[in-house]
Design a protein around this ligand. Structure first.
Ligand code: PLP
Length: 396
């Protein structure tokens, strides 16, 4: 696959295995932000809402990522954070299934998914949360009381991938809707929401999509149901005609009804620019590169570091694995710090998970091998035991 590496700023002497948390900065972004500031804002002022396309950015920027998740160009909206979009979509799911009052979610889901569901359940009368455990089939937790099931497509710790087609079909057979969190999927793992007949999806754009810190998130509701569902964050920018200033809210027909308030133009512009990198990317080759890279990493770690007691915490089957690899190790925190001191940046998830992300868009196979060599050296010479590697900050 032709690499898009040249489209990114890569800090010197860095092997970046954290593109699954915050992607690299695309080199086109600073120029775009400069022109948003100096031309569109400073000179264009309020006329830029229409002349520079600010008003439509939630939809036009979103169209650039549509093919990455297998939906039509005019079906997605970008705005707010993933947490807020989870809230909108969960509420939309409850609205679409009147009489059903249960939200099902995985106990081990990414915390914000469950926190947002908890907040909604506290707000809306008679709504309950039901958790299922990692070894349970999500559909087994669904009965006629369940309105919506919230699932991560790729698990943030282990990288386990759910079979979107099968799981969606099993949940639909029991009359509930499915909301997919694609935060660890989009830009690294094959996904076709339309082919799976999925109902709703949300996801981050600052990970594999390289939209930048705090970049706004996306939300999608299947066009087959979007006209029937209502989301409660009915801000004026989701109105069918915001500048009519009518007293009552009338939702826009399409994905714009998922937009709430004024779009975050500066960060949306950065994201829009970052998404241009994807225009030329052969997605099938990209998904393949991700699987080959993660397999190579697992093989190399197990071949060279097996004496040190690292335990693979990701699926061995590449078809069941996303684009990161986790190993459990008691002193994983210290090891990740020691790696970072050598320029190999990954992250740590408590209590003991060392997580390595492989952004296929810009990472090379040579870097994967080099990273494993560093890891092996750190373990062999006990470099991680240096006291400075035990100091903890807020972000791990
Ligand atoms: C699965 C998942 N959902 C949601 C989020 C974050 O949501 P937000 O954009 O609201 O911070 C993350 C962040 O890492 C995540 O991994």
């Amino acid at each position: 696959m032709a690499s898009s590496r040249h489209s990114f700023h890569i800090p010197d002497s860095t092997i970046y295995l954290d593109g699954n948390s915050l992607g690299l900065m695309p080199t086109g972004v600073p120029g775009r932000i400069r022109s948003v500031m100096t031309e569109e804002w400073a000179e264009g002022l309020i006329s830029s809402w229409s002349k520079a396309g600010w008003f439509d950015l939630p939809i036009t920027a979103a169209s650039r990522l549509a093919r990455l998740v297998g939906v039509g160009d005019d079906e997605i909206a970008i705005g707010d954070s993933t947490s807020i979009n989870l809230f909108k979509c969960l509420a939309a799911g409850l609205h679409a299934r009147p009489g059903r009052r249960v939200i099902v979610t995985e106990g081990d889901n990414f915390p914000t998914d469950n926190y947002m569901a908890q907040g909604l359940a506290e707000l809306v009368p008679d709504v309950e949360l039901r958790y299922f455990e990692p070894d349970q089939d999500p559909a087994s937790a669904v009965d006629e009381s369940v309105a919506v099931v919230l699932l991560s497509h790729v698990d943030y710790r282990s990288a386990r991938v759910r079979d979107m087609v099968q799981v969606t079909a099993d949940i639909h057979a029991k009359g509930a809707l499915v909301l997919w969190d694609l935060s660890h999927t989009t830009g690294a793992v094959h996904c076709n929401l339309a082919a799976a007949g999925a109902d709703m999806a949300v996801g981050c754009t600052y990970k594999y999509l390289n939209g930048g810190p705090g970049a706004p998130a996306f939300a999608w509701i299947n066009p087959a149901i979007i006209g029937e569902v209502s989301q409660p964050l009915s801000g004026w920018m989701g109105h069918a005609d915001p500048f009519d200033f009518t007293r009552s809210y009338v939702p826009s027909d399409g994905p714009r009804r998922l937009v709430c308030g004024t779009p975050q133009v500066i960060s949306l512009s950065a994201l829009d620019e970052a998404l241009k990198v994807w225009d030329e990317v052969d997605l099938d080759q990209l998904w393949k590169k991700s699987r080959t890279m993660t397999s190579l990493f697992i093989e190399a770690v197990e071949a060279s570091c097996s004496d040190h007691g690292l335990v693979l915490a990701s699926p061995r089957d590449e078809a069941a694995r996303g684009s990161h690899v986790s190993f459990n190790y008691e002193n994983g925190f210290e090891v990740m710090q020691a790696l970072a001191a050598r320029g190999v940046v990954g992250d740590f998830r408590a209590p003991s998970t060392m997580r390595f992300g492989f952004a296929p868009l810009y990472l090379s196979f040579g870097e994967v091998v080099e990273a494993v060599n560093h890891l092996n050296e750190i373990l062999c010479n006990d470099e991680w035991t240096e006291p400075r590697f035990a100091e903890r900050g807020v972000i791990t």
